[in-house]
Ligand binder design. Structure first.
Ligand code: HEC
Length: 129
């Protein structure tokens, strides 16, 4: 038990974007990022941290996600961590068929990686206010 805790180390609040990039390979099955990214099974995830939920142009969100966005859900470290831990428990009716990342360090690392994705294009985005 103690050994397992030592092996995984303390959870770093800032996260490791390199590890996050490796973890993103599982997201990549459904989400594109970077220059020239397109909406796929899931929406483009460029500049997702700080963005209001369900605000990507040209993507047909589930009613549950649209409602959450309309009610003010914004993707912060905290809300992303909650959603990525267990998407369907966190957001009723979400269409994201992903089991979730149980390890809090994995979620921090992934969010640190998402923060590096800055290739946004105003034309891709609905009114964010
Ligand atoms: C099996 C496909 C699939 C996988 C794998 C997947 N997603 Fe998604 N994701 C979706 C779909 C579909 C939606 C839209 C959900 C909705 O409308 O309810 C979504 C929505 C999202 C959103 C909300 C986007 C917005 O514009 O509000 C975030 C954030 C997100 N996913 C992050 C991730 C991350 C990070 C991973 C990897 C850990 C991941 N997803 C893995 C399919 C997937």
């Amino acid at each position: 038990m103690a050994a397992a805790i030592l092996a995984s180390g303390p959870v770093r609040a800032d996260g490791n974007p390199r590890k996050g990039a490796a973890l993103f390979l599982t997201c990549n099955a459904c989400h594109q990022v970077g220059v020239g990214a397109r909406n796929a099974v899931g929406p483009i995830l460029n500049d997702i941290v700080g963005r209001r939920a369900a605000t990507r142009n040209g993507y047909a969100y589930s009613p549950g996600m649209q409602e959450a966005g309309a009610e003010g859900l914004r993707w912060t470290d905290k809300t992303l961590s909650g959603y990525l831990e267990n998407p369907r428990a966190y957001l009723r009716g979400t269409r994201m068929a992903f089991a979730g990342l149980p390890d809090p360090q994995d979620r921090q690392d992934l969010i640190a990686y998402l923060k590096t994705l800055k290739f946004d294009n105003a034309a891709e985005t609905r009114d964010l206010r």
